[in-house]
Design a binder for this molecule. Structure first.
Ligand code: GDP
Ligand code: ZN
Length: 300
């Protein structure tokens, strides 16, 4: 099917359409080869780094895949977690004064990112909406995250604030943008990817074999450097079911104290000798974050 095959080369999965993949050669940016997957390979996802061989007419065949540094999973129609994107460096969590972040939502996203070992970044968008009545609230909220080591960027797509800082951060990395509807993810992506239509419909492609449409993830290059992997599903990436150990470890500033409670099965409620409660009393962790942990644990 792929005609005459060339030699093996490196490439990246840019998108996939059923059993076919768009591969971008490492040494030929922005050229896409529609490839088949050799039968012995596992399913691939956007962001995978592959070894492939070119055929005729921008076709080819993928012969091997490199081990993933990280992967993002989403539940499929049967609730099974399936990888949807690979080799992501940053989960950029977009929040805004409006819509006001749901209680615990920021922590849920952070825990989800920590659980998959991808660095979260908090992007506080719409800072043009800050005023004397809400500024202190958001300053305190974001200080809490900065003080435990999370990067926080202030931005506004309306006043073009913070965009250079975002470009600097994203350069040389592969990122996804997540966050609740209405916080400005599309606006930010449009500002960072001028001229690219990132709506779902734009992922339809006209080929000799007909039109292929996908709502699966696609990789884009930022003109200023770095990559974005985006899809409607990825934007809604969040905290699915998670066990208690993974949940508490997702609160990164709790980690130094875990394992030091007097009782092995300590629930960190009011047990004597609880290392977490001692850390709280000493001001080393915040009451808000501990409340948030308890809240998420209780399933609310
Ligand atoms: P998404 O649902 O997260 O993709 O959010 P959108 O990008 O669609 O933005 C939702 C609304 O917020 C739109 O009406 C935008 O014009 C508006 N918006 C986006 N960025 C800003 C900003 O920096 N400041 C203000 N005031 N509004 C913004
Ligand atoms: Zn404890």
């Amino acid at each position: 099917q792929a005609g005459e095959l060339g030699g093996e080369q490196m490439g990246t999965v840019i998108a996939h359409y059923g059993s076919q993949l768009d591969i971008e050669p490492a040494d030929q940016p922005d050229t896409l080869y529609r490839c088949h997957l050799r039968a012995n390979l596992p399913p691939l996802v956007t962001g995978d780094r592959v070894i492939w061989r070119a055929g005729s007419d921008l076709s080819g065949v993928v012969v091997a895949v490199q081990e993933r540094d990280s992967e993002l999973c989403r539940p499929d129609s049967r609730g099974q977690l399936k990888p949807v994107a690979a080799n992501i460096d940053y989960i950029v969590q977009v929040i805004a004064p409006l819509p006001t972040p749901h209680p615990n939502l920021i922590d849920r996203y952070l825990v989800a990112a920590e659980a998959v070992g991808i660095e979260p970044v908090i992007l506080f968008n719409k800072i043009d909406l800050l005023n004397d009545s809400n500024r202190d609230h958001f300053d305190q909220l974001l200080d809490r995250y900065q003080s435990i080591g999370y990067r926080v960027i202030h931005a506004s797509t309306h006043s073009s604030t913070g965009l250079e800082e975002i470009k600097g951060l994203l350069k040389g990395h592969t990122s996804v943008f997540v966050g609740q509807s209405g916080v400005g993810k599309s606006s930010l992506i449009n500002a960072l990817l001028p001229g690219v239509d990132i709506r779902v419909g734009a992922l339809s492609e006209q080929t000799g074999k007909g039109t292929h449409t996908t709502t699966a993830a696609r990789l884009f290059h930022f003109p200023a450097g770095g990559n974005l992997i985006d899809s409607p599903g990825i934007r809604e990436f969040g905290l699915g079911h998670i066990d208690q150990a993974t949940l508490i470890e997702g609160f990164r500033e709790f980690r130094p104290f875990l394992g030091y409670c007097r009782f092995r099965d300590c629930q960190h409620e009011q047990e004597p000798g609880c290392a977490l409660l001692e850390a709280l009393a000493e001001g080393k962790i915040s009451q808000k974050r501990l409340d948030s942990y308890r809240h998420i644990l209780s399933g609310n």
